[in-house]
Design a protein. Structure first.
Length: 638
């Protein structure tokens, strides 16, 4: 930059009484907005003057040369604290007072209205006005306050009522002398909690990053104040410990920035926020959508005539997703159908819903089952089959019973279904759980107890929370094998271990109450389950050792697809050996492996010797008399 002699002469001809007269060159229309901004943020007159110098530099290029000349340095076109002292201090004493006031802790700098071009606010540090502050000063208020209309939200009735209350609270908080309001929106991922918050405030919900700092939050509060809108912050993706620390800085800066309200978004697992002095607190929890509400959401995002109502009802009932995930899944289904140049099908909806609802676990707490099994593969006596049919009916018809027939309020019960499969090992409990999942179109999630249970305090509950969340969001059936390990009786507290074990059981009870899917507990020690769990069991299915009729059915069905020769005597095997279904499967697999190794059909020799090994493995003594006419086929022990 070059300052010519003519420019210097023109400047000197003004003969200012003091350097502060240079402010006279600032356009008159700037003084009012700067003063108004200063009053809103509680700035002192000296701070407002510094802000004025910074604003002048942004609206009139000539001030760059003026500031450089006044600082006797052509490389310094920006204002600084030293220049402000020269312009506005009336005496040496006033200069000292002003310098003491314009430090790094001044509201002007702490709130970020003016930013220092350096790591510290020093006498010669170049200063510039915050871009949002400049916009607030230069933009007409009517234009600044213009807001796009909020989209129509699909919400549960309870949530709509709470939203109306929150809007009334926001309106009341804006009145002169009324207390401020803190609105805490609580919801799960995919529930549309960010959209709801934006609808409430009329502005974008700012998502706090996992590595956020208090300075970053302060800038967000400043931006909201300058834009004259209610700040909307989401802590949903921040660890709770960090969120609590960040909230302390928010509490400090809220009132300083002139805010009368704040909206905070959190996950359902977060603790309440520390209260803000002078603010009332209001909690808005996003209630899960009913099946009918989810169906309405699918219809809204797909179009009224895109697919048959029966298909919408099926996918709405099968996938308990929030409105945000329904919107994303609907767009995916429409894109799939468009690529194939056809109408949307139920398969498109189910595939999209399954992809969008899946919440991957951070650890291998569970595993998805392999092949699908039908109920025809389950061999059970008639009473147990009837109870399985009852279990399926409860799950399929729960929306009709609890919502359409309005029995949910009368019965005051949860939407989730819990079943207990009880019986000795090998009687088909896991097979039946697979069959139920297949029949209902659910993915079976088998719990790995070794990965869930932890010796560290609170870690087991954290793992269980992830597990239930994964099952809920992915339309999965949760299967606990050997359930007595987790769901055992609570004991008298004698040691710290007893106390924390009882806490884990209490937490499981709480999660069962809130889980909307199906849970199946399998055990061969039902007497050891806690009585509180038994009260929450909807259906108990007994898996006894198979009787003769069931054993015949098992031998016949398991050998039906395998090549066997005429020597195989299924009747003898079923009559003679009282084996469980799992034992019979082991025998058939072992015999088939031996036959395949010899490239031949399965013979009675293979089955007799495999049965002999299975009984021996179980600790049962085998005699030749047990095998009757087939005793000669037994392996001879040396």
């Amino acid at each position: 930059m070059v300052v010519l002699d003519d420019e210097i002469d023109a400047f000197l001809r003004r003969e200012p009484a003091r350097l502060g007269d240079t402010v006279d060159a600032i356009p008159p229309g700037v003084f009012g907005p700067v003063a108004a901004l200063g009053r809103r943020f509680g700035l002192s007159s000296r701070e407002s003057n510094v802000l004025l110098l910074c604003v002048a530099h942004e609206i009139e290029t000539g001030f760059s040369r003026t500031y450089a000349y006044l600082q006797d340095d052509l490389t310094r076109p920006l204002p600084c604290i030293a220049l402000a002292l020269d312009c506005f201090a009336d005496s040496a004493e006033d200069r000292l007072r002003m310098r003491g006031e314009l430090n790094a802790n001044a509201a002007l700098f702490e709130l970020g209205l003016v930013e220092a071009r350096g790591s510290r606010v020093e006498l010669q540090t170049p200063l510039s006005v915050n871009a949002h502050a400049l916009r607030a000063i230069l933009t007409p208020r009517a234009e600044l306050c213009a807001r796009a209309s909020a989209p129509e939200l699909i919400l549960a009735r309870e949530t709509r009522d709470a939203l109306c209350e929150a809007r009334q609270a926001l309106t009341q908080a804006m009145l002169e002398g009324a207390p401020g309001v803190l609105i805490r929106i609580i919801g799960k991922s995919g529930d549309g909690r960010g959209t709801l918050a934006s609808s409430l405030t009329g502005g974008e919900c700012w998502v706090c990053p996992p590595d956020a700092t208090s300075e970053l939050l302060t800038r967000q509060l400043l931006t909201a104040a300058l834009d004259q809108r209610v700040p909307c912050l989401s802590f949903a993706h921040v660890e709770q410990a960090l969120a609590s620390r960040l909230w302390l800085s928010v509490r400090r800066d809220l009132v300083r920035a002139g805010h009368r309200a704040v909206v905070v978004v959190q996950g359902a697992e977060y603790s309440p926020l520390e209260p803000v002095p002078g603010f009332t607190a209001l909690e808005l929890t996003i209630a899960p959508l009913t099946t009918q509400e989810r169906q309405a959401a699918w219809r809204e995002f797909l179009g009224a005539r895109a697919i048959a109502p029966e298909a919408l009802g099926a996918v709405a009932g099968a996938f308990p997703m929030g409105v945000a995930r329904i919107r994303a899944a609907a767009l995916d289904a429409k894109a799939t159908a468009a690529r194939a140049q056809r109408c949307i099908t139920l398969d498109d909806l189910e595939s999209a819903a399954r992809a969008r609802s899946g919440a991957p676990a951070t650890r291998a707490h569970s595993s998805a089952a392999g092949r699908r099994i039908s109920l025809e593969d389950v061999v059970l006596p008639a009473p147990s089959r009837a109870r399985l049919a009852q279990l399926l009916a409860m799950f399929r018809q729960r929306s009709t019973v609890l919502e359409s027939w309005a029995l949910g309020k009368v019965l005051r019960r949860r939407r989730g279904i819990c079943a207990l499969f009880s019986g000795p090992s090998g009687t088909g409990k896991t097979t039946a759980a697979n069959a139920v999942a297949s029949e209902l179109g659910l993915e079976l999630l088998s719990v790995d107890l070794a990965a869930v249970v932890s010796k560290y305090i609170g870690e087991t509950e954290k793992n269980l929370a992830l597990l239930f969340e994964r099952a809920h969001e992915g339309n999965r059936l949760l299967f606990f094998d050997e359930a007595e390990a987790l769901w055992g009786r609570r004991s008298e507290v004698k040691t710290a271990h007893d106390r924390y074990a009882n806490i884990e059981v209490a937490y499981l009870l709480q999660r069962i109450e809130s889980f909307e899917g199906m849970t199946i507990l399998a055990t061969n020690l039902a007497a050891q389950l806690d009585a509180a769990f038994l009260r929450r069991i909807d259906v108990t299915v007994d898996f006894p050792l198979p009787q003769l009729v069931q054993r015949k059915e098992l031998w016949s069905s398991l050998l039906a697809g395998a090549p066997t020769d005429d020597s195989v005597d299924r009747e003898f095997l079923a009559h003679t050996f009282e084996l469980a279904g799992g034992d019979i499967r082991n025998v058939v697999f072992s015999a088939a492996s031996s036959a395949a190794e010899g490239a031949r059909k399965i013979t009675m020799l293979d089955l007799v010797r495999s049965t002999q090994r299975e009984l021996s493995k179980r600790g049962r003594t085998c005699s030749k008399a047990d095998f009757g006419a087939y005793a000669s086929l037994l392996e001879v022990s040396e």
